[in-house]
Each structure stands twice: as structure tokens, then as C-alpha cells.
Design a protein around this ligand. Structure first.
Ligand code: PA5
Length: 423
């Protein structure tokens, strides 16, 4: 389901890590490493709560039947995964009746005001998602949405149009939801935001989009079985984790996630959060960056080719695109494009990819790791989500860092609260 090609990355020292990897694997399975109370995602594809899962499906069906617009109100791990999955599986112009919008992830006034304007004549359902229940961006947008719904539908009907996904037992949003009588879904205690896309956090929005969540969970289960062993020689997730560390040891400061499908742009954002927030601590870690080619070959391509040698690329390639078409011939050929006639768009994309790989690696001396998946299906999303969770945990444990906290994020919040006069 996922292949890793290290030919262009020169990770010859990989076998040296086999012992350390086996040790960390043991730590993961026995839950004895740093942050071990946040390892619930590891067995989640088998242990997930089936009753809650059925409720997600039921709610999704009801929402699809009544809403024109479904609003996901959350930030970081509370929205990136579902957005990544929806775009990956359905593309940028999906053929569905319900529109899915994301808010609660910014203080940007134009964004929020325009969104409220856009939904005013629509039938709206809101899913507010916050594990802590206190995230300011999310709470601020939610208050605006709640008042919007109450003004539009009255207090009672508004309540039936709000679903809160939050901690099972405690927190401001949990208390709020209980008092107001909202339908609630829960985020397991032992799964942090950026590891939560396979819980109700991600699954409700994904199911509302009409995506088969059974296929997602099957993909995750298959990945969790495939990568649940310590043998570095055959465990692709661990190989990827180790290659990242080898690159860092060689002096590279940044990992550039490269995709060739526009619908993978949000997947890259999700990947950046997963790796950035998990390993950027104690002045360690690779900077996770991303580009979408060939679009960004016309912006960042120059730097990657000829700029400072601070980065390596991780190509995330798709064997079979969601859609394709044949490029037509033209009798006049005024644009001189007939040399492509008869080729499919994907064939051209793949040649662009090969040409770029040769340019960046052979000429530009930029190492390239290559991850290849079969397709962009729901099953594949589930599979790669679990793959990246496992790879991320291994990679960060190899740095001797706790992958599951994010202490640095608090600094901006403290300053902002002081400036805003919060007591
Ligand atoms: O990965 C994480 O833990 C964070 O990115 C959170 O998902 C993000 O800060 C949102 O937090 P919350 O769900 O508590 O509002």
C-alpha cells in the first residue's frame, strides 16, 4: 500500500539503527516511553468505541439530510485531518449536495465575516471540536456561530444544529454542551489532537462529506497490523522514520513534503502539523515544509534546485490518480502542443515528476525520499494516517523527545491573553 524508495536519498547507514528501533518499538507496544499516556492511537484501529462510531454514522446521515452547509469549527488537530481526508478522497470540486466549511482556525476578521455572510441563507449545522474546550480561536468563532444559529432558528432549533466533539468528561466545552443539551461526541483522553483524525474528531466531518469511513478504518487497521513489528529491514514506517534522522545527521535542517496532486495540499498541512508539533522541541527536529508541484516549481523550484543545501525532499506520489483524461490533438496546432496529443494528463504529470527528480537530485544534489501510494481512496487515507502516526512516533523517539506534548505553543497564548487583558 505504501512503498518507500531510498535510492535517491543515500541512507546507507540505515541498518545501524536496527537495534535502537527494536528498543523503541518495544517501548511503543508496552507504552513505556515519554508521553506514554498519549498512545491511545496506536491500537485505535482495533480498540475504537463501536457505539460512538455508529453514532457518528447516524449523525452524519441526519446532517446530510437536513443541511446545505456543515461547518467544522476547530483548529490544529481538530480540523486538519478531516480537511486533508476530504480533499484527498474527493478532490477540489466534489460533486456533493452539502458544502463543508472550516472556521475556528483563525482570528482573521475578513475570513470569519465573509463566512457568516456566505451561510446566512443556508441550512446550517455546526460541529464545534475542541479537546481542551478552551482554544480561543475556536471558542470565539463558536460564539458567533451559536448566536447566528439562535437568531436564525431560535434557541431550541439551534441546539439541534450543534454537535460538540470534546473531552468525554470535563472541560469548558463539555460543561457548555451538557448545559445546552447539544449532541456530543468524544475525544479519547489518551489521543492528542494531531493523532485524532481516526476518532470522531475526523470521522464525523469525513462521513458528512459522504466518504466511506469503514474503508478508512480498514486501511488504518491494515497499516497497524503491517507496521506492528520491530524489523527495520521490512518495516516501511520505521525505515521512513530512520531516513529522516539520517538526513538530519547529515546536516539537513528541513524536510520538504512534495506532492504532485492539488488535492494533497491539505494532506501536506496535516503532515506538517503532525511532525512539526511532535518533534520541534528542545531545539531539535527537522523543519517540516511543503510544496505542491508542478505549481510550486514556478515559485520554490529555483530555491530547491540552486539555493542553500538545507533541505531534502520527501516525494509523496500517487500511482493511479482519481481522474485522468487524454490530451487532444488540434488541427492548427497554433500553441505547438500537439507533441502531447494522445498522452494522458497524468502521464505528463509523471514525466514532470521524473524530470524534476533528476534535476533536483542529479543536478541540484538534493536528496529525495520517495513514498508511493496506490491511489487517493478512503482506504488509502486510513492506511497512510496510521503509517505516518507510527513513523512520527518512532522518528521523534529516536531524538529522545516526547512526541505527544506541545509546551512551546503556550508561549504565544500567554502573551496574547496578557495583551487582551484576560484574567
Ligand atoms: O495536536 C494538538 O494537540 C493541537 O494542535 C490541538 O489539536 C490544537 O491546539 C487544538 O486544540 P483543542 O482541540 O484543544 O482546541
Amino acid at each position: 500500500m505504501i512503498k518507500l524508495d531510498t535510492t535517491y536519498a543515500h541512507c546507507e547507514t540505515m541498518p545501524d539503527y536496527a537495534g535502537k528501533v527494536a528498543e523503541i518499538h518495544e517501548m511503543l507496544v508496552k507504552k513505556t516511553g515519554k508521553g506514554n499516556d498519549f498512545l491511545g492511537w496506536y491500537d485505535w484501529p482495533t480498540t475504537y468505541d463501536k457505539t460512538e462510531y455508529d453514532l457518528v454514522k447516524k449523525l452524519a446521515g441526519e446532517i446530510r439530510a437536513k443541511a446545505d452547509v456543515f461547518i467544522v469549527c476547530g483548529i490544529g488537530g481538530s480540523y486538519l485531518g478531516s480537511r486533508a481526508a476530504i480533499e484527498m478522497v474527493q478532490g477540489m470540486f466534489p460533486n456533493r449536495d452539502i458544502e463543508i466549511l472550516f472556521v475556528g482556525n483563525t482570528f482573521s476578521a475578513p475570513y470569519i465575516v465573509q463566512l457568516l455572510e456566505r451561510i446566512k441563507d443556508k441550512s446550517v449545522v455546526v460541529n464545534v471540536i475542541s479537546k481542551s474546550g478552551t482554544t480561543t480561536e475556536t471558542a470565539m468563532a463558536f460564539r458567533l456561530l451559536k448566536q447566528f444559529l439562535e437568531n436564525k432558528y431560535g434557541k431550541d432549533e439551534a441546539k439541534s444544529r450543534i454537535i460538540a466533539t470534546t473531552d468525554k468528561a470535563r472541560g469548558t466545552l463539555k460543561d457548555f454542551a451538557t448545559k445546552e443539551g447539544y449532541a456530543t461526541l468524544s475525544i479519547p483522553d489518551d489521543i492528542g489532537g494531531r493523532f485524532s483524525v481516526l476518532t470522531s474528531v475526523g470521522l464525523l466531518p469525513i462521513a458528512v462529506a459522504g466518504i466511506d469511513i469503514d474503508a478508512i478504518m480498514q486501511g488504518a487497521l491494515d497499516a497497524s497490523k503491517t507496521f506492528n513489528h520491530p524489523d527495520l529491514a521490512t518495516n516501511t514506517a520505521y525505515q521512513y522514520a530512520v531516513c529522516r534522522r539520517i538526513m538530519e545527521e547529515k546536516g539537513y535542517a528541513a524536510e520538504m513534503f512534495v506532492s504532485y496532486e492539488t488535492q494533497l495540499t491539505m494532506l501536506a498541512e496535516w503532515w506538517k502539523q503532525l511532525f512539526g508539533e511532535s518533534e520541534g522541541k528542545e531545539e531539535k527536529g527537522l523543519l517540516p515544509a511543503s510544496v505542491n508541484f508542478s505549481t510550486d516549481l514556478h515559485s520554490m523550484g529555483q530555491f530547491i534546485q540552486d539555493g542553500g543545501k538545507c533541505l531534502f525532499e520527501t516525494l509523496f506520489l500517487v500511482e493511479k490518480p482519481m481522474l485522468d483524461m487524454v490530451f487532444p490533438s488540434d488541427a492548427d496546432d497554433l500553441d505547438h502542443m500537439n507533441y502531447l496529443a494522445g498522452k494522458s494528463l497524468d502521464e505528463v504529470n509523471k514525466k514532470a515528476c521524473l524530470g524534476t527528480l533528476q534535476a533536483h537530485h542529479d543536478t541540484g544534489n538534493v536528496p529525495n525520499l520517495i513514498l508511493t501510494v496506490t491511489d487517493t481512496s478512503a482506504y488509502t487515507f486510513g492506511y497512510i494516517a496510521q503509517f505516518f502516526f507510527i513513523a512520527c512516533a518512532m522518528s521523534v523517539y529516536l531524538l529522545d523527545v516526547n512526541p505527544f506534548n506541545q509546551p512551546g505553543v503556550e508561549v504565544y497564548k500567554k502573551n496574547m491573553f496578557r495583551l487582551l487583558g484576560k484574567i
